[in-house]
Design a protein around this ligand. Structure first.
Ligand code: SF4
Length: 346
C-alpha cells in the first residue's frame, strides 16, 4: 500500500483508499466520509473532519498529508481574467486562468508541466515536457481557484482542459481528476457537459476518452491539409488528418453536441480563402463547430496575427457553408494568459 506520511491522500483512488481503510480495520463507510471531506467540503487538514473519531484522524495524519493548493502569484488582466501561478511540491510551477463570463466563471487548467507536443505557435511547448501532473495537482487548480471566488460572485461552472500540456498524454490522471470533478456525492459536482478537453489529436486516447467519460471534446486543428499541419503540429506526422477526422467521426456525442475545432489564424500560413474552403470540406463528415482564434503574437514566435479583414472573410466563408464559426478573441493576452501563452514562469 502506498502510504507514508508524505503521500498526498488526494492522489489516492477510491479503491486505494478503500484498501487502506480495510487494512486498518476501519469501517467501509469511512471511505465516502473521508472523500467527501477532501473534495466536496475541501478540508485542508484531517482535524477539520469533525465527524471522524480522533484516533482515526490521527491514523490518517500519521500516514498521509493533505497538501492544500499553493498559489504563489495572481495577475489580473484588464478584461478581468485572473492568472494563477501554482507552486507544486517539487518546486515546479503551473498556471491556470479564471475567466469571467456573463453569469459564471470558466477555469482553464493545466495537465502537465510543459508539453512534449512542440506545436510551433505555442510558448508552453518551447522547453519540452518536464512531467505529468498528478490527479491532486489537476484538482488543486479547480479547488484553489474556486476558493478565490467571493461568495456573492457568479459560480465557477465550466472547466476547460486547455492550459499547459496535452491532457491526453497524461490520460490516467486526467481521467481520475474528471471522475472527482463530476461526482455529485463526494466530488465537486460539475456537469460533464461543462467540462471540455482540448487535444492536439492523440487518436487512440480520444477513443478511451469517449469510452470513459461524457465530457466535451475540442480538437486543436489549425490547418486543413497535412502539409501545413505537419509544419505547425508535429503530432500530425503520427496521426495525420485522415486518422484524426475518422476518430472525430467515431467520437460518441450526445444528440445535440458538437466537437469544437480550434483554428488559430496565422498570417499567410493558414488564413487564405482556399484554406477555409478546404476546412469546410474536411469537417463535412463531423458534427463540428469552429472557433477561430486570431494568433496571439509574442516576441519568441515567427508568426503574425492575420489581418482583421482576412479573419472576417475566413469566418464568412465558413458561415456560408453553414458552419457555426465564432471568432474567439483570447482573454488575458496582456498578462500572457491567452491561448498558447501559458508557461508557468515564476
Ligand atoms: Fe502542447 Fe497544447 Fe502547446 Fe501544442 S498547443 S505544445 S499540445 S500545450
Amino acid at each position: 500500500m502506498i502510504s507514508d506520511n508524505n503521500t498526498n491522500i488526494r492522489d489516492l483512488d477510491r479503491t486505494q483508499l478503500e484498501e487502506w481503510i480495510a487494512a486498518q480495520g476501519l469501517s467501509k463507510f469511512r471511505n465516502e466520509q473521508i472523500l467527501r471531506w477532501l473534495y466536496a467540503r475541501r478540508a485542508r487538514s484531517f482535524d477539520e473532519m469533525t465527524d471522524i473519531s480522533k484516533p482515526t484522524r490521527q491514523l490518517l495524519d500519521a500516514h498521509f498529508t493533505i497538501m492544500p493548493p499553493m498559489i504563489s502569484r495572481v495577475e489580473t488582466s484588464v478584461d478581468g481574467s485572473r492568472k494563477y501561478l501554482f507552486v507544486l511540491k517539487d518546486g515546479n510551477t503551473i498556471e491556470s486562468v479564471l475567466i469571467p463570463e456573463r453569469d459564471h466563471y470558466t477555469l482553464c487548467i493545466s495537465t502537465q508541466v510543459g508539453c512534449a507536443m512542440g506545436c510551433r505557435f505555442c510558448m508552453t511547448g518551447k522547453n519540452g515536457l518536464t512531467r505529468n501532473l498528478s490527479k491532486a495537482e489537476i484538482l488543486d487548480q479547480v479547488q484553489g481557484a474556486a476558493d478565490e471566488i467571493p461568495e456573492d460572485a457568479p459560480r465557477l461552472t465550466n472547466i476547460v482542459l486547455m492550459g499547459m500540456g496535452e491532457p491526453l498524454a497524461n490520460y490516467e490522471n486526467v481521467r481520475r481528476a474528471i471522475d472527482i470533478m463530476t461526482d455529485n456525492r463526494i466530488g465537486l459536482g460539475f456537469s460533464h457537459r461543462r467540462i471540455t478537453l482540448s487535444t492536439a489529436g492523440i487518436v487512440p486516447r480520444m477513443k478511451d476518452l469517449a469510452r470513459d467519460t461524457k465530457i466535451r471534446l475540442a480538437v486543436s486543428l489549425n490547418a486543413s491539409n497535412n502539409e501545413t499541419r505537419d509544419m505547425l503540429m508535429p503530432i500530425n506526422k503520427k496521426y495525420p488528418l485522415e486518422k484524426l477526422i475518422a476518430a472525430c467521426v467515431e467520437y460518441s456525442l450526445a444528440p445535440r453536441d458538437k466537437i469544437t475545432f480550434e483554428y488559430i489564424l496565422i498570417k499567410d500560413v493558414n488564413d487564405r480563402i482556399e484554406d477555409a474552403r478546404r476546412l469546410a470540406k474536411l469537417l463535412r463528415p463531423v458534427k463540428a463547430k469552429i472557433n477561430l482564434i486570431p494568433f496571439n503574437e509574442h516576441p519568441e514566435s515567427e508568426f503574425k496575427r492575420s489581418e482583421q479583414a482576412v479573419i472576417e472573410a475566413f469566418q464568412a466563408e465558413l458561415l456560408q457553408k453553414h458552419y457555426t464559426a465564432n471568432i474567439r478573441w483570447s482573454k488575458g493576452a496582456d498578462i500572457s494568459a491567452a491561448c498558447g501563452q501559458l508557461r508557468g514562469k515564476v
